[in-house]
Design a protein around this ligand. Structure first.
Ligand SMILES: Cc1cc2nc3c(=O)[nH]c(=O)nc-3n(C[C@H](O)[C@H](O)[C@H](O)COP(=O)(O)OP(=O)(O)OC[C@H]3O[C@@H](n4cnc5c(N)ncnc54)[C@H](O)[C@@H]3O)c2cc1C
Length: 406
């Protein structure tokens, strides 16, 4: 019977184990945490955005996003939904394609997967840190802190460095490198951004909706509308996470990164100026801060006016057209320099990783070392927010598992 070692008991490792064992292989999962699936439990704010019905290569970044095409076809949404039903997991499908377990609890996903796996005889060794993988002739040796075992096939499913508090390591990259694989530089993604401004920290805790434009080397690259939340370090919120992959990648490559916030995206610039003029006309005796309070969060107005160099106590009737235009301009395009990301500790995922150019996307096997496989986030594939990262983890894990079990 074929002996298979899976390094990492996360989403892709568990999926691979199930499919390999169902094909008749003898499967061992090595997990250095005290339990498997910690990221599954923490995902989607405890709800697990398990997949996206609309996933396509355009939802992924990496040197070659087309690498995911075959995997997404093999594990298309219809297939995945049937698979979930077969392990007792029902899905709640949202209008925009995001899916959650019907229970609304990430725990259900892990329970269903673990019970399906337990029926196949997969051996799960927790608290077991893999320190090295070597190959002698046709056999792989998997070295842990405790012992060394030999296998026919090894799957590196160690994920990325994102969220080390959940057990994430960079070990997969070292294992791959030792076999001659190229590792593309890694960077945090789906992550908050650090800003360089006099005032963002004074607005910490203020949440609003905005259109965020990501600007790289002076050129607008991406526009996203959604929540933003000022913080002591900079800015977070779903709209920020959505632009963070490109922002982080550009920052990593030493490009100039900034964001422009449109705080009232419902109006174009001319309409916004009209709206402000109308508000001012109806309250001419108010100070400008009070007059803008019907449009924007009060704290934001304070610092926006500071950036416009207009005193908060200025009476509305004393403002000239140039000053009104300046206010409208800042509301529509308030720029902040991005100096960094909030780091791997706070990131949901990582960009970069094992180069997909040296991995067969139809089998997940290394092109360099026969019998060595990769799946999930350890590869140079990173998805958008919305279930796309699990989507690729399940898909690549399933393919690797089926192939290794053959
Ligand atoms: C807070 C948070 C929320 C998220 N929410 C979502 C979401 O809702 N939807 C979505 O699609 N994605 C989400 N993600 C991303 C998603 O969790 C990952 O993309 C996915 O888990 C990747 O699966 P993987 O199997 O490649 O890696 P992982 O799930 O990270 O599994 C890797 C496993 O390998 C183990 N390991 C590492 N090194 C070793 C070693 N040397 N020896 C033994 N074991 C080792 C780790 O402990 C881990 O259990 C979220 C991530 C985080 C951090």
């Amino acid at each position: 019977m074929k002996k298979i070692a899976i390094i990492g008991g996360g989403a892709s490792g568990l999926m691979a184990a199930l499919f390999a064992a169902r094909s008749g292989a003898n499967v061992t999962i090595y997990e250095h945490n005290s339990s498997v699936g910690k990221k599954i439990l923490a995902s989607g704010n405890g709800r697990c955005n398990i997949i996206n019905t609309t996933a396509s290569p355009e939802d992924y970044a990496g040197n070659d996003p087309q690498f995911v095409t075959y995997a997404l076809k093999q594990l298309n949404f219809g297939y995945f939904e049937k698979f979930c039903h077969s392990i007792g997991l029902l899905l709640d499908i949202k209008e925009d394609g995001r899916c959650y377990p019907l229970s609304n609890e990430a725990k259900s996903v892990l329970i269903a997967l673990k019970s399906a796996i337990s029926e196949t005889g997969v051996k799960i060794i927790t608290d077991s840190n893999v320190t090295a993988i070597t190959k002698n002739d046709s056999h792989f040796n998997v070295q842990t802190d405790q012992d060394k075992q030999s296998y026919n096939n090894v799957l590196i499913a160690t994920g990325s460095q994102a969220a080390p508090q959940l057990g994430a390591t960079a070990d997969g990259y070292s294992f791959a490198r030792a076999f001659g694989h190229e590792i593309l530089p890694t960077y945090p993604s789906l992550v908050q951004l650090h800003l360089n401004s006099r005032n963002h920290h004074k607005m910490a805790g203020v949440k609003t909706t905005a259109e965020v434009t990501l600007i790289i080397d002076g050129k607008p690259k991406e526009k996203v509308q959604g929540d933003i939340l000022f913080a002591a370090y900079g800015i977070s919120g779903l709209a920020i996470l959505d632009v963070s992959q490109k922002a982080s990648y550009a920052h990593h490559n030493k490009q100039r990164v900034s964001i422009a916030l449109n705080l009232l995206p419902r109006y174009d610039r001319a309409t916004l100026t009209n709206v402000i003029e109308k508000v001012f006309a109806s309250v001419p005796k108010h100070d400008i801060h009070t007059a803008l309070c019907g449009l924007l969060p009060a704290k934001i107005i304070t610092y926006l006016l500071e950036d416009a160099a207009i005193a908060l106590t200025t009476t509305v009737s004393s403002l000239n057209t140039k000053e009104i235009k300046k206010i409208a301009h800042l509301i529509g395009e308030w720029k902040f320099e991005v100096t960094d990301t909030h780091g791997f500790k706070h990131a949901e995922v990582s960009g970069g990783g094992v180069s997909t150019a040296q991995v067969n996307n139809k089998t997940m096997e290394s092109n360099l070392v026969e019998g060595l496989y990769f799946s999930g986030e350890v590869l140079d594939i990173v998805g958008k927010r919305g279930g796309y990262n699990f989507n690729f983890a399940w898909a690549s894990g399933m393919i690797a598992g089926k192939e290794m079990g053959k």
